[in-house]
Design a protein around this ligand. Structure first.
Ligand code: A2P
Length: 287
């Protein structure tokens, strides 16, 4: 890995560049959201992750506009949003995207994702629903309104079903990924398909940060347990989306480019027992 900062990029399957770490915005709202995003961008983050469901797209748009006024152009900030579960299917997704763009006040979006797959336990027609949503994303991509498209929380069987009718392969799959829960099968599947994995909840909602193994590794590498998590994610070829509203912790999360974990330490983290799992299994969710 030759990166030196969070501004350095991966290339997606269509060659669009995506900054190697993103700033997560789940649970940020109102002025706090605008201020935190501006702080993150001033510090160097160039990748913001939001979703219709987060209820803060307007604030993300406002923060990006204000950063532009301070001299950081829109095209230097990568923004992702996602279509929520109550808007599945072609027509609904199109209408939902329009609203997303009205809230963001953007001319284009960098990356648009299906937030959760429709699953078999709730929908008999789950395959058709996901296919319809995906057709809308493909059309938005072909029209140049979004520069990359992908999915979130898809397991290999959701992806396989989608690929039966897809014309364009998803470029990204954003999943829960952190020490203690890293969905190896999905990661390996996506790597074979050249689909970039993004990690939501890179610290297992904070719970993982208290694990003895990670604390010991933090001592060894003279860094924080959060930095151990982020470094482990990056070395797995996964793009982490840390969220913090605290400036010192934002800075801490960005400083992971001056050390690397040994293969042995990577393996020890890989083998940690389940911990920090959100409990949100895409096949079982009720939302
Ligand atoms: P805070 O916003 O107060 O910094 P996850 O993304 O896995 O769901 O975890 C998010 C939690 O991790 C938040 O509560 C956030 O709290 C905390 N967090 C983010 N960065 C760090 C860090 N560098 N050190 C400790 N806690 C952090």
């Amino acid at each position: 890995m030759e990166w030196e900062s969070v501004k350095d990029s991966w290339a997606l399957a269509n060659q669009k560049k995506i900054p190697c770490m993103g700033y997560g915005t789940w649970l940020l709202s109102g002025e706090e959201a605008v201020d935190s995003i501006k702080k993150a961008v001033r510090l160097g983050f160039r990748h913001i992750d939001t979703a219709a469901f987060y209820g803060n797209e307007e604030e993300v748009g406002k923060a990006v506009q204000q950063c532009q006024d301070e001299g950081i152009p829109r095209n230097q900030i990568f923004v992702t949003s996602k279509v929520w579960n109550d808007n599945r299917g072609y027509e609904n997704t199109m209408a939902s995207f329009k609203k997303t763009m009205e809230r963001l006040k953007f001319q284009y979006l960098d990356l648009f994702l299906i937030h959760w797959p429709a699953s078999e336990n709730r929908f008999e027609n789950w395959k058709e629903l996901n296919a319809g949503t995906w057709r809308a994303l493909e059309e938005l991509y072909e029209a140049g309104k979004v520069e990359a498209i992908g999915v979130s929380n898809f397991k290999p069987h959701h992806m396989e079903a989608l690929l039966e009718t897809a014309n364009i392969k998803p470029m990204v799959n954003q999943i829960e990924f952190h020490p203690g829960f890293w969905q190896k099968e999905t990661v390996e599947y996506c790597k074979r398909q050249e689909i970039l994995i993004e990690a939501w909840s890179p610290f297992g909602r904070g719970a993982v940060l208290e694990q003895e193994l990670l604390k010991n590794l933090a001592k060894k590498y003279d860094c924080s347990t959060a930095q151990i998590c982020l470094r482990w994610e990056l070395q797995h070829g996964v793009l982490p989306l840390p969220k913090s509203s605290n400036e010192d912790r934002m800075k801490n999360n960005m400083q992971v480019f001056d050390f690397s974990l040994t293969e042995e330490d990577m393996k020890q983290i890989d083998e940690m027992p389940i911990c920090g799992f959100s409990g949100e299994d895409p096949d079982q969710i009720e939302f």
